[in-house]
Design a protein around this ligand. Structure first.
Ligand SMILES: C[S@@+](CC[C@H](N)C(=O)[O-])C[C@H]1O[C@@H](n2cnc3c(N)ncnc32)[C@H](O)[C@@H]1O
Length: 444
């Protein structure tokens, strides 16, 4: 666009969503959607409503990408050209609006055609986009029915579907895929001892750490209690690992992979003297902002946790390690399409080194909680078992059902294993998939 004329309403939002999805399917595969779209929104200087629409289109496209690809593939004479991310993104973002968003069919088709005509590489595809998207609109009910019935087969990359069937069985793997397609509501971690602010409507979840809001539409800063720091946004499952560390006022606690700080806030709110470490400066700035709003404090260090000095071990250590994040697809639907099985072994190696470091930072008699937001056993149960086999000076401290509010969230060994298919009836339903093991260093 040359800036000389005003574009038709809605087109800038479609262009932004299309450009972001094309990038993530093509040259920037592996980048997280939120890391790609937020800078693009800033650059495009869109009004808030258009920015919100662009986010919704891109997120919805990834949430249903398997179903959408399948539908397009079967309706194109030569199938879907996966080597042309610009074309795939044009059709997929158009189809996402028709199938899953509250957008009039003619507006979705018309804007996709206009978008194609305005982009040099897509001009010759405007007719194709028009024809296939009209057909998607005509056959919407059938496409949705098929997708809803088979989210594991149609909407989960094969490598992940295979792994989840192996780890959890076919029925649970299906339930996980269905929960991922539904998405997540808004969970708040309540400041310990604080009353639920007046006007904040929701249900307290089992274990009582979290409130699941009835209304996930109001912008977070406008919700009652935001300015007073009465709560912070965090999935109900993500609130469990820091709670399991059971820190007491005055204890010295290290949070080794801390940013953006949901768990640091829990530790600080419990009265601990927290060292919050993360190697990402920008993510730590979010942590500092979050703590400031909540009126909480922690010592913050932007360093590689592997380089921390070991001369003053801590009473308790939390290691929320970097992982494949396959437990967070409800909130981050791009994850399955951004990653591949090949990413796992590097992460598993890093987790092992961080765990061994965390062990050296735990004083005799001190506690260590290791957790990941992954559904992959290599990053969870296997990591816990291998640690115990390597470290004769640590024992597992099994988690009791009352600590998490539901025995279904625990493994036979007493570790935490939450699944997106857990708590399906609580509000919008589901939990992020987390693993956590609680360990104690012997020899106090
Ligand atoms: C799962 S996220 C942590 C989420 C955080 N605990 C929370 O509750 O908000 C993992 C974090 O590990 C950080 N990280 C990865 N490798 C690291 C390392 N070697 N040392 C310190 N931080 C690291 C990443 O920057 C990322 O912020």
């Amino acid at each position: 666009m040359d800036g000389q004329h005003t574009e038709v309403a809605g087109l800038p939002a479609r262009r932004l969503a299309w450009g972001t999805v094309a990038d993530l399917l093509g040259k920037n595969r592996g980048t997280a959607l939120e890391d790609a779209i937020e800078p693009a929104v800033q650059r495009a200087v869109l009004p808030p409503q258009d920015a919100g629409l662009a986010r919704a289109i891109a997120t919805t496209t990834f949430r249903h990408l398997g179903v959408i690809r399948h539908a397009l593939h079967g309706r194109l004479a030569k199938g879907l050209p996966e080597d042309q991310p610009g074309l795939v993104a044009l059709l997929a973002t158009g189809a996402a609006q028709i199938l899953y968003l509250n957008v009039q069919d003619h507006a979705a088709v018309d804007l996709a055609v206009r978008l194609a005509k305005s982009e040099p590489g897509l001009q010759h595809l405007a007719g194709l986009a028009n024809a296939v998207l009209r057909r998607i609109a005509r056959e919407r009910d059938e496409i949705r029915r098929e997708g809803d019935a088979e989210p594991l087969r149609l909407n989960t990359p094969d490598w992940l579907a295979r792994r989840w069937i192996t780890a959890y069985g076919e029925e649970t793997a299906r339930a996980i895929a269905a929960a991922n397609a539904r998405g997540a509501g808004l969970d708040l971690t309540l400041r310990p001892g604080a009353a639920i602010p007046e006007g904040l409507e929701g249900r307290r979840l089992p274990g009582s750490l979290s409130l699941r809001l009835d209304d996930a539409r109001t912008p977070v800063p406008e919700l009652p209690g935001f300015a007073d720091g009465a709560w912070w946004v965090q999935d109900a499952a993500a609130a469990l690992p820091a709670h399991l560390l059971g820190v007491r006022p005055g204890e010295r606690v290290a949070d080794l992979c801390a940013a953006p700080g949901g768990k640091t806030a829990q530790l600080a709110a419990a009265g601990a003297a927290v060292l919050a470490v993360d190697r990402s400066g920008p993510r730590l700035r979010r942590l500092a902002d979050n703590l400031a709003r909540l009126g909480l404090s922690a010592e913050v260090q932007a360093v590689d946790a592997l380089a921390l000095p070991e001369d003053r071990p801590f009473d308790a250590v939390l290691l929320d390690a970097p992982c494949s994040a396959t437990g967070t697809v409800r909130r981050h639907p791009d994850v399955p399409w951004a990653k591949g099985e090949g990413d796992l072994s590097r992460l598993v190696g890093l987790q092992r080194r961080l765990l061994d470091k965390a062990a050296r930072l735990t004083r005799p008699g001190g506690r260590l909680v290791y957790c990941t937001c992954s559904l992959e056993p290599e990053e969870g149960e296997a990591q816990g078992e291998a640690f115990l086999a390597r470290h004769a000076d640590f024992v597992r401290r099994p988690i009791a059902p009352e600590e998490v509010g539901d025995p279904a969230l625990l493994t036979a060994s007493g570790d935490l294993r939450t699944l997106p298919s857990h708590w399906p009836d609580e509000g919008r339903g589901g939990l992020d998939g987390f693993y956590a093991v609680r360990l104690e260093r012997t020899g106090a």
